[in-house]
Write a protein that binds this ligand. Sequence first.
Ligand code: UDX
Ligand code: UDX
Ligand code: ADP
Length: 485
Amino acid sequence: VLVKMVKICYLGAGYVGGPTMAVIALKCPDVEVVVVDITSARINAWNSKQLPIYEPGLDDVVKECRGRNLFFSTDIEKHIGEADIVFVSVNTPTKTQGLGAGKAADLTYWESAARMIADVAKSDKIVVEKSTVPVKTAEAIEKILIHNSKGINFQILSNPEFLAEGTAIQDLFNPDRVLIGGRDTPEGKKAVQTLKEVYAHWVPEDRILTTNLWSAELSKLAANAFLAQRISSVNAISALCEATGANVSEVAYAVGKDARIGPKFLNASIGFGGSCFQKDILNLVYICECNGLPEVAQYWKSVIQINDYQKSRFVNRIVSSMFNTVANKKIAMLGFAFKKDTGDTRETPAIDVCNGLLGDKANICIYDPQVTQDQIERDLAMNKFDWDHPTHLQLMSPMAVKKQVTVSSDAYSATKDAHGVCIVTEWDEFKTLDFTRIYEGMQKPAFIFDGRNVVNPEKLRQIGFIVYSIGKPLDLWMKDMPAVA
Ligand code: UDX
Ligand code: UDX
Ligand code: ADP
């Protein structure tokens, strides 16, 4: 238990910072937590009834702590100045220009944050790297801090976050592990101990791992790469299942029963999305290349290549099944978020599916329980950097998006008069839709393309649908259609 009230300042009020600090505030009444951000709209939302992110259980935690020992503020310099521990979790997008474009992490925000911390600090501070960053970033940050320190002692720690969106609160309450990396000096060990005591309020000691700085940084990149690799592995097998008549759910279940492999994270899908997996792997690939390890780089790159392949395979399947054209046909898209129980759309496979269908001139009507129309329009008009084919940039003008894309407030109106339905997010509510009603409202033949294996293909076939489910034996209909590229 801590003697003096520890003050934490968290830089970056995003998907990680908000939930993480809310849980620290809840579990540590003797710690004061202030989350700060340069975007005042975000801070205002954190201070309002309508939090800026949707995360099950988050509202209750924030309600309990906000105003007690949890605060949200734009007064960055004041709170950094007063803090004992400063967490930094600012954006680290993939570079789009210059050296390492398309692969390396863009540390602009990180560097400016570090310079600002050095600038305003008046007392010793522990600076904690929370956002995923390339290995040895901590060392670079340490240099910036020390060379600008004016006699203040900075200790840098790496404390990567492993929470997943949609289950963030549960993941924080009951983490598989907390990882803290620090310097092997007496001051470094003391800093590690200080942060460890914060987590020890609720996390069992044997789940708090301490390592050196680089191991902590690399563990985070490696963990995300391993997780993504499992998805690409099962997705690769899903393509083979479709070609051979095996069922990917049966295969994944049988494989996962091996205790050495384990049952989790083996759901075949339209491909992984989210702000982490692709970015972190690209990062890993870049670091390998910079360290003269092209074979290792190529191994991890293939995880992304299979992911891209899976997304385009899905689009090709839709177009080829529907007589090789979707021009002017209404396609209903159920889901848009990168996974269920979140409104986050960063790197969602839905964007690639939309772009593919729009390229074939489809009219798309989207329904997602948590994603706003505004967000969808922004995502589809966004200039997406294509890491492997920088010249193939596909860019829809906002006008064209408005013409070809509509957004619906429920699944039934989205699917009304549609030629095809595609399921791209595994929201629970899609499992219990009245598919007979949907079928009756659709054009015939009525197609359904399930990119998340949420529906029962046999039941839907009985209703009359032509069904495609990822990795499941193909409908006779699909077998007659030209091979998928
Ligand atoms: C991930 C890591 O899980 C988390 O530990 C890390 O801190 C951040 O990155 P997140 O991106 O929030 O978390 O979600 P996750 O549940 O990992 O899903 C990522 C993507 O993989 C989603 O698009 C999801 O639909 C997909 N996925 C996941 C599958 O396609 N199949 C699966 O079996 C699991
Ligand atoms: C393997 C499968 O484990 C088994 O289920 C299947 O029926 C037959 O193939 P086996 O080849 O007998 O069994 O041994 P295994 O323990 O899997 O090891 C295979 C190789 O991987 C060995 O050379 C082993 O040294 C190596 N290995 C295993 C590693 O390098 N690292 C590990 O973590 C595990
Ligand atoms: P994550 O998913 O890692 O939480 P987000 O992108 O959701 O990341 O959040 C990052 C936040 O960091 C954004 O809200 C952004 O406004 C904020 N940010 C970026 N640079 C700074 C900075 N120098 N100081 C404070 N906040 C910053």
